[in-house]
Design a protein around this ligand. Structure first.
Ligand code: HEM
Length: 434
């Protein structure tokens, strides 16, 4: 790896990492959270403490909110924009150094990925793919999702790691289908996505950063062949077609957004399914109710998204001076929006730490964000989550964990690395592809 990559890491991640590490050593709970050192109990306590201090809290290094109303209003307010990791709010020469050291590969968490640009570019990119992800378009995918789920369940026997053997495989298969990616690519996509997921965090280590960039390089090389194949019509219809045929979009714009769809499409949903498996095993009453009333599965998925949010936080930057929650936020200031904290705000969700699949307002959670950047794949994630969890618990009624679940160790993307399970006997054998 080149020296310029190290310079880029240092400017983007190394300096914040050193700063956060010093603060964490002094016991700063937010720094501990951002470095992935806070256990779930400590994290929840931090959310409560922050809310007790106000809707918007100023810390020595950043503003932060765990308050539902503040998080939601910032996400929906056009006076705030996304936080470009390449230089936002940092003094020169940091941004200049980062640009000089740009490895020039499509990165889902840097511009021109739609996740990291404001209007008007954001609307241009999003519009090109949005119609494939509307609830109506996704409804038509329902049978395909059920078929893939049944095929995966048919392969599960005895002892299994439900994370790699099941939860990760459904979303990658569905996204690969939509993007025209062949089956033999699934393991590569999973490996690349897993290494790149860390880039959503703040203060990433040099080793993890290097691995992530290496994975993005592999993906870039692959997209360099894949995009022309779509352009030549060799892969049938894909969700990328409107982007690829848009003459105003460059290869880099198409590739960055394709990389975003690939990673966002399964690195998040795997956590919804994994977190759901653990929550339901910990709450046998809820599971019994779902067995008796399967119509409650969609509501259970909302409650999982609320209580164990797969995306725990996002960041926004003020475009101009703004009055917010009685505070003045200056142009250029960043706010960390703790979506997971907002989803446990007792002002909105009664008894917020309780898992309640009949909670009337669970669907109001901010697990998919809100405003212009609200999750494009929310409808897809919802049907995948319900199909995967319902299918698994119906087929293996005696399912239990064979070892304590192992956490993934990321901060923004929250989920498990391994779920070793003893499946017990299957109830019936779904015909593969049925
Ligand atoms: C449980 C699963 C998922 C969760 C919790 C989730 C969560 C989120 C959140 C919180 C955001 C907003 C981030 C921000 O405002 O900074 C987002 C954006 C996005 N998500 Fe998802 N997501 C999930 C699944 C998916 C799937 C299956 C896709 C596949 C299409 C997808 C594609 C996207 C895209 C493209 C964006 C960027 C939208 C934009 O910037 O306009 N997500 N997601």
């Amino acid at each position: 790896m080149s020296a310029s990559l190290w310079v880029r890491w240092m400017a983007m991640q190394g300096v914040p990492r050193a700063f956060l590490s010093v603060r964490a050593l002094r016991g700063d709970p937010l720094a501990r959270l951002l470095l992935g050192r806070a256990e779930p109990m400590e994290r929840n306590l931090l959310f409560d403490r922050l809310r007790a201090r106000g809707g918007l809290v100023r810390t020595p290094f950043v503003r932060v909110s765990a308050d539902y109303e503040v998080c939601r209003s910032v996400l929906r307010d056009s006076r705030f924009g996304v936080t470009n990791p390449v230089g936002t709010g940092l003094p020169q020469p940091m941004p200049a150094l980062m640009n000089w050291a740009d490895p020039g590969i499509p990165n889902p968490v840097e511009p021109p990925s739609m996740l990291m640009v404001d209007e008007p570019d954001h609307a241009r990119y999003r519009r090109a793919v949005a119609h494939s992800f509307t609830p109506r378009a996704i409804e038509r995918l329902g049978d395909r999702v059920e078929t893939i789920t049944a095929d995966l369940l048919a392969e599960l026997t005895g002892d299994a790691d439900l994370l790699t053997g099941y939860a990760a495989r459904l979303p990658v298969a569905v996204m690969a289908d939509l993007l025209g990616l062949p089956d033999h690519m699934h393991p590569h996509l999973l490996e690349w996505g897993d290494s790149a997921a860390v880039l959503l965090d703040i203060g990433v280590s040099w080793a993890a950063f290097r691995r992530a960039v290496a994975s993005l390089r592999h993906l870039d090389r692959y997209l360099h062949e894949h995009i022309p194949r779509i352009r030549r019509g060799e892969l049938g219809e894909t969700v990328l077609d409107p982007m690829i045929t848009d003459p105003t979009l460059s290869h880099r714009e198409i590739a960055a957004n394709a990389a975003l769809l690939i990673d966002a499409g399964f690195e998040t949903t795997v956590n919804l399914i994994g977190n759901g498996i653990v929550l339901l095993l910990e709450n046998p009453g809820a599971l019994a109710r779902l067995r008796a009333e399967p119509a409650l599965w969609p509501a259970a998925v909302e409650e999982i998204l609320r209580l164990e949010s797969p995306v725990q936080m996002t960041v926004r930057t003020a475009h101009r001076d703004v009055e917010l929650a009685g505070e003045r936020v200056a142009a250029g200031e960043m706010i960390i929006l703790l979506l997971a904290g907002a989803n446990r705000d007792p002002e909105i969700f009664a008894d917020p730490c309780r898992f309640d699949i009949t909670r009337p307002n669970a669907r109001e959670h901010l697990g998919f964000g809100a405003g212009a950047h609200v999750c494009l794949g929310a409808a897809l994630a919802r049907i995948e989550g319900a199909a995967a969890l319902r299918g698994l618990f119906e087929r293996f009624p005696a399912l239990r964990l064979a070892a304590p679940p192992e956490r993934r160790g990321l901060v923004t993307l929250y989920g498990y690395r391994r779920l070793s399970a003893d499946l017990g006997s299957p109830v019936r054998s779904p015909a593969p592809g049925a």
